[in-house]
Design a protein around this ligand. Structure first.
Ligand SMILES: NC(=O)C1=CN([C@@H]2O[C@H](COP(=O)(O)OP(=O)(O)OC[C@H]3O[C@@H](n4cnc5c(N)ncnc54)[C@H](OP(=O)(O)O)[C@@H]3O)[C@@H](O)[C@H]2O)[C@@H](O)CC1
Ligand SMILES: Nc1ncnc2c1ncn2[C@@H]1O[C@H](COP(=O)(O)OP(=O)(O)O)[C@@H](O)[C@H]1O
Ligand SMILES: [K+]
Length: 477
C-alpha cells in the first residue's frame, strides 16, 4: 500500500529530520533526486539548456542546488530569480560556484526571461513548494504561463499553483511532466495527475508514519492478496454469494453488465433478483435468477441500482435490500431513489454500505458539498451519511466514515463508456459478499475495474461488456 500525507504531517516529520541532519543536507539530497530525474530523461544531457524558476523559499533552494548539479553534467543552466533579494543564499552560492547564469526578473525585465524560457529544453519549477499559501501570486503566475509545452517540465516537491492537500488549483499552475516530491507523497499529487505528471518520491532520510496517513493507494499486490484462489474443499457458497438487483424493461443491458462484473471477478455463485431474470440466465447460465429479492435465498451482499428504474416496483426492491442485514451497495437509479427517500439512507447508517455515485448522482444526494474539492467532499459525505462513499471519476475516491480515503490510480479513458459503472458495481458486490469491508471492497473493485480499463485501452476494446473478459488477467511481473 502507498500512503500520502498532508503538508502539516510532512512538516512534522521533517522537523525531526532537520534537527538531526540540517537543512542544507536535506536540500542537497532533494536536489540530487531532481537532477537525476532531469538527466534520466534527457539525451544528450551535455549542452542541453535548463531554466530554473526560483522563488524565495527553500523550494527555490532545492532548484538552485539541482541547477548546480546539472552544471556539473555539462548543461547550460539559467536561474531566474523571482525575488532576487530573498533567493536561498546557500543554493545561490552553490549555483554560482558552478558558474550558473543568474537572471533577476526585476533587473533583466520580462523580455530576457521570456527569451531563455522559449529556448529551454528543461524547466525546473522551484517557485513554491509546501510553503505556498493560496493561488500563485500574479508575479509568479506570469512565468508559469510562459513555460513552453515542448520542454521537459520538472516540478520540485509540488507543481507551483497546485494545493498539495486537495489537488485543486484555483489559478495558473505549473503543469509538470515529472514531480520530484520530497519525503513522502501528498494527496494533491495523486488527485491531479494531469498537473503533477509522473510522481517520484525523493527519499531524503525521513518519512512520515504510514499509520498516520489518511490517504492511501492500493497496489496490485495488495489487491491480489485480498482475493485468494479457491482452496481444496471450497464449495460454491464458501466465498459468499452476491445478490444483484439491476435492470428493467427500459435498461435490460444494465442487469447483464452488473451480473457479468460479479460473475467474472471470482468463482462461486451469483444471484439475480429483478425483471430481467430470463435475459440474465440466457447470457449467464450459471446465475440463479428470480424477480423478487425477498425470495432470493441466502445472499451475503446486495447490489441495487444499475438500470433498475425509479418506479414503485424499483422502490419496493430497494426497500427489501436496505432492510436486509447483509452489506449493501447502492448505485445509479438506486441512488436517485435514496435522494428522494433519505430515510432509506439513514436506515443504513453505521451498517456495511457502499454508495457509488458519479458526480451528478453525488450532487443529488449531498447537494451541500462542494465538488471543487473532491477529496474533502467525499470525506464529508461518508461522515455525514455514516456509510462508505465511492466517488467515480478519472481518479475514483473511496471514503470511509472514519476519514480515510483511498485514491484509485488505475484506469483509462476507455472506462468512460455507457455501462462501465454497472460492471464496477457487480465487481464490488462480489467482493463485499466475499467478506471484505465496504471500503476495502470498493477500493479493490475500483482497482480491478481500472486495470481492466487499461487493458481495454491497450486493445482498443470499446464497449463496457468487453471489461468482463479483462477483469482478472494475471498481473505480469
Ligand atoms: N520536506 C522536507 O523535508 C524538505 C523540504 N524542502 C523544500 O522546502 C520547501 C518548503 O520550503 P519553504 O517552507 O521555504 O516554503 P516554499 O514552498 O519555498 O514557499 C515559500 C515562499 O513562497 C512564497 N509564497 C507563498 N505563497 C505564495 C503564493 N501563493 N504565490 C507566490 N509565492 C508564494 C513565500 O513568499 P512570502 O509569503 O514569504 O513573501 C516564500 O517566499 C519544500 O516544498 C521543499 O521543496 C527541502 O529543501 C528539504 C527537505
Ligand atoms: N476519464 C476517465 N478515466 C478513468 N475512468 C473513468 C473515466 N470516466 C469514467 N471513468 C470510470 O468509468 C465508470 C463510469 O461509471 P458511470 O458513470 O456510473 O457509468 P454508467 O452509469 O454508464 O455505467 C466509473 O468507474 C468511472 O470512474
Ligand atoms: K515547485
Amino acid at each position: 500500500m502507498l500512503h500520502a500525507w498532508t503538508v502539516e504531517q510532512i512538516r512534522a516529520a521533517e522537523s525531526a529530520a532537520l534537527a538531526r541532519t540540517g537543512d542544507q543536507e536535506l536540500m542537497r539530497r532533494a536536489a540530487g533526486h531532481v537532477a537525476w530525474a532531469v538527466c534520466d530523461r534527457l539525451d544528450p544531457v551535455t549542452g542541453a539548456e535548463a531554466v530554473l524558476l526560483v522563488g524565495a523559499g527553500n523550494n527555490g533552494g532545492d532548484a538552485l542546488h539541482a541547477g548546480a548539479l546539472l552544471r556539473r553534467r555539462g548543461m547550460a543552466v539559467t536561474a531566474v530569480l523571482l525575488d532576487p533579494g530573498r533567493a536561498h543564499a546557500g543554493g545561490l552560492a552553490a549555483f554560482r560556484a558552478r558558474r550558473g547564469r543568474v537572471l533577476a526578473v526585476d533587473g533583466a525585465g520580462g523580455g530576457a526571461v521570456a527569451g531563455v524560457l522559449e529556448r529551454a529544453d528543461v524547466v525546473v519549477d522551484g517557485i513554491v513548494g509546501i510553503g505556498a499559501r493560496g493561488p500563485l501570486r500574479p508575479d509568479a503566475a506570469r512565468w508559469v504561463d510562459l513555460v513552453p509545452a515542448a520542454a521537459l517540465r520538472v516540478a520540485v516537491d509540488v507543481p507551483s499553483g497546485l494545493d498539495p492537500d486537495t489537488g485543486t488549483h484555483a489559478g495558473p499552475v505549473f503543469t509538470a511532466d515529472v514531480t520530484v516530491t520530497v519525503g513522502g507523497l501528498k494527496p494533491g499529487l495523486l488527485l491531479a495527475d494531469d498537473v503533477a505528471g509522473t510522481v517520484l518520491v525523493a527519499d531524503v532520510g525521513f518519512a512520515p508514519k504510514p499509520a498516520d496517513a489518511r490517504v492511501e493507494v492500493l497496489t496490485d499486490l495488495d489487491v491480489e492478496a485480498l482475493l485468494p484462489d479457491p482452496r481444496t474443499g471450497s464449495d460454491k457458497y464458501t466465498g459468499g454469494v452476491p445478490g444483484i438487483v439491476a435492470g428493467s424493461a427500459q435498461y435490460p443491458g444494465a442487469a447483464l453488465l452488473c451480473v457479468g462484473g460479479a460473475v467474472r471477478v471470482r468463482p462461486g455463485m451469483v444471484r439475480y433478483a429483478g425483471p430481467q431474470a430470463a435475459a440474465v440466465v440466457a447470457r449467464w447460465p450459471e446465475v440463479v435468477a428470480g424477480d423478487d429479492p425477498s425470495r432470493a435465498g441466502q445472499v451475503q451482499a446486495w447490489v441495487a441500482g444499475p438500470g433498475m428504474g425509479t418506479d414503485e416496483a424499483a422502490l419496493d426492491r430497494l426497500r427489501t435490500v436496505v432492510d436486509a442485514d447483509a452489506p449493501v451497495l447502492v448505485d445509479a437509479d438506486g441512488l436517485t431513489l435514496l435522494a428522494r427517500h433519505p430515510e432509506l439512507l439513514a436506515a443504513r447508517r453505521d451498517r456495511p454500505t457502499v454508495l457509488t455515485p458519479h458526480e451528478r448522482e453525488f450532487a443529488r444526494i449531498f447537494p451541500d458539498l462542494d465538488l471543487a474539492d473532491r477529496l474533502g467532499a467525499v470525506r464529508r459525505a461518508a461522515a455525514l451519511a455514516g456509510v462508505t462513499v465511492l466517488l467515480k471519476g478519472h481518479r475514483t475516491l473511496v471514503a470511509e466514515p472514519g476519514g480515510t480515503v483511498t485514491v484509485n490510480t488505475t484506469g483509462s479513458g476507455w472506462l468512460a463508456t455507457a455501462g462501465s459503472g454497472d460492471v464496477l458495481s457487480g465487481v464490488i458486490g462480489s467482493l463485499l459478499a466475499a467478506g471484505l469491508s465496504p471500503a476495502t471492497a470498493a477500493a479493490a473493485g475500483a482497482h480491478l475495474h481500472g486495470r481492466a480499463g487499461e487493458r481495454a485501452a491497450a486493445l482498443r476494446a470499446a464497449g463496457a461488456h468487453q471489461l468482463w473478459d479483462l477483469l482478472r488477467v494475471p498481473v505480469q511481473r
